[in-house]
Structures are given as structure tokens and as C-alpha cells.
Design a protein around this ligand. Structure first.
Ligand code: CA
Length: 224
């Protein structure tokens, strides 16, 4: 198998390169995010080991950019328990698996083989309703065919509403799914963000896709 390792800790990268090569893999190593992205884009790999905290371009951004370019090489992310991102984030970011540092080489190798056997990830389905479309992989939102720029939080909120299209979701449901289960700030932050989405996606187009259900919550309707 052909493996790309993107890891800035030289010793760890070298340990991985030697270990994988010993098991017959063809390994290329990049020590920063920009080189990693270039290699991942220009050369074919069966699987990729991606650290998160990297110079030049972090693993998070690298993965986003890779998927935006529609490159579906399976990615195993290396996460640190005390890092800026944790394993839950790794999946949100489009990783196919993760291993928490420090890890055993045997575990990592087994996970990589499993990913290669499984093949590349299926391209995530574009969500559509009421003239809106959201492409989770390319991080792209369109209203009536026109691209609209959303902040990451607005994007996550819209994705949640689209996944629950037609159902009423409460502010608490939204907070848990889009913010954090442990969020203890003002629930009205949801209302504020619903307002942002309406101003970007509904009001300028004379639409009413994101509706308030008084006393209950919100519903995204698939109106024509
Ligand atoms: Ca690192």
C-alpha cells in the first residue's frame, strides 16, 4: 500500500516511515501541511496518516481542502488528548479514523490496513431542501443555485436543520448538536444564529424556509 504520512515531529515521522516500510508499504513523508497537501493532491495514495497540529497548514485545514478538491483518500488522524482538537472533531472534519497519541505502531498499522480494505470514503451526499443545497464535503452552500458564504457555525446550524428537514427542533436540540453538549451559555444564541441564516438565505430571496414554531423551536421546510 502507498501511505502518505504528514507529521512534523521528525522522530515520530521517521518511526512511522520505517515501521510501515518494514511491512512492505511505500511511504512518503511531509513535515508540514502545505507539503502534505501538495503530495496528497499530486500523487496517488491508498491511505494517509495526518497529524493535526502542523506548521504552515494544520491537519484540520488540510483535510478540508483535500475534500474540497474532491480527493477521497482515506485519512487516519493523529489526535492528542490535550490538543486543540479531540477525536470527536476528527470525524466532524471528515477523517475516516483516528488514533490518539501516544499510540502503538501495531494498532496504527492495523487501522491503516482496515481503512485500505474498506476503500475510500463515499462522497457525502449533498443535502437539499427548499431551494437550498449544502455540500458537506466541499463546504459549499447554495440558495437557488447561487453560492452563499456562511461562517462555520452558520454552516453547522444549517446542516443540522437540513438533516432534520420537516421536523421541529428545539433550541436545546440545536445547542447540543451544533454548539456543545456542555454549552452553558444563553440559549438565545440559537435565535441570533437563526436570524443570521435568514438574513443570508431567506430574506434576500423572499423565502421563508427557516420557520419559527412558537414556543417549540424551528423547522426547515421544503417549500417550493
Ligand atoms: Ca504535530
Amino acid at each position: 500500500m502507498r501511505v502518505l504520512v504528514v507529521e512534523d515531529e521528525i522522530n515520530l515521522a521517521e518511526t512511522l516511515r520505517r515501521g510501515l516500510a518494514r511491512h512492505g508499504a511505500v511511504v512518503e513523508v511531509a513535515h508540514d501541511g502545505v507539503d502534505g497537501l501538495w503530495l496528497a493532491t499530486e500523487r496517488p495514495f491508498d491511505v494517509m496518516v495526518l497529524d493535526i497540529m502542523l506548521p504552515a497548514l494544520n491537519g484540520y485545514r488540510l483535510l478540508q481542502e483535500l475534500r474540497r478538491r474532491e480527493i477521497w483518500t482515506p485519512v487516519l488522524m493523529l489526535t492528542a488528548k490535550d490538543g486543540e482538537y479531540d477525536q470527536a472533531d476528527a470525524f466532524d472534519l471528515g477523517a475516516d479514523d483516528y488514533v490518539t497519541k501516544p499510540f502503538s505502531f501495531l494498532l496504527l498499522h492495523a487501522r491503516l490496513r482496515a481503512l485500505v480494505r474498506r476503500g475510500g470514503p463515499a462522497r457525502p451526499t449533498v443535502l437539499r431542501a427548499g431551494g437550498l443545497s449544502l455540500d458537506p464535503a466541499r463546504r459549499r452552500v447554495e440558495r437557488d443555485g447561487e453560492e452563499v458564504t456562511l461562517t462555520p457555525r452558520e454552516f453547522a446550524l444549517l446542516e443540522y436543520l437540513l438533516r432534520n428537514c420537516g421536523d421541529v427542533v428545539s433550541k436545546t436540540d440545536i445547542l447540543t448538536a451544533v454548539w456543545d453538549p456542555a454549552f452553558d451559555g444563553d440559549v438565545n444564541v440559537v435565535e441570533v444564529y437563526i436570524g443570521y441564516l435568514r438574513r443570508k438565505l431567506d430574506i434576500p430571496y423572499g423565502r421563508n424556509t427557516i420557520q419559527t414554531v412558537r414556543g417549540v423551536g424551528y423547522r426547515l421546510v421544503d417549500e417550493v
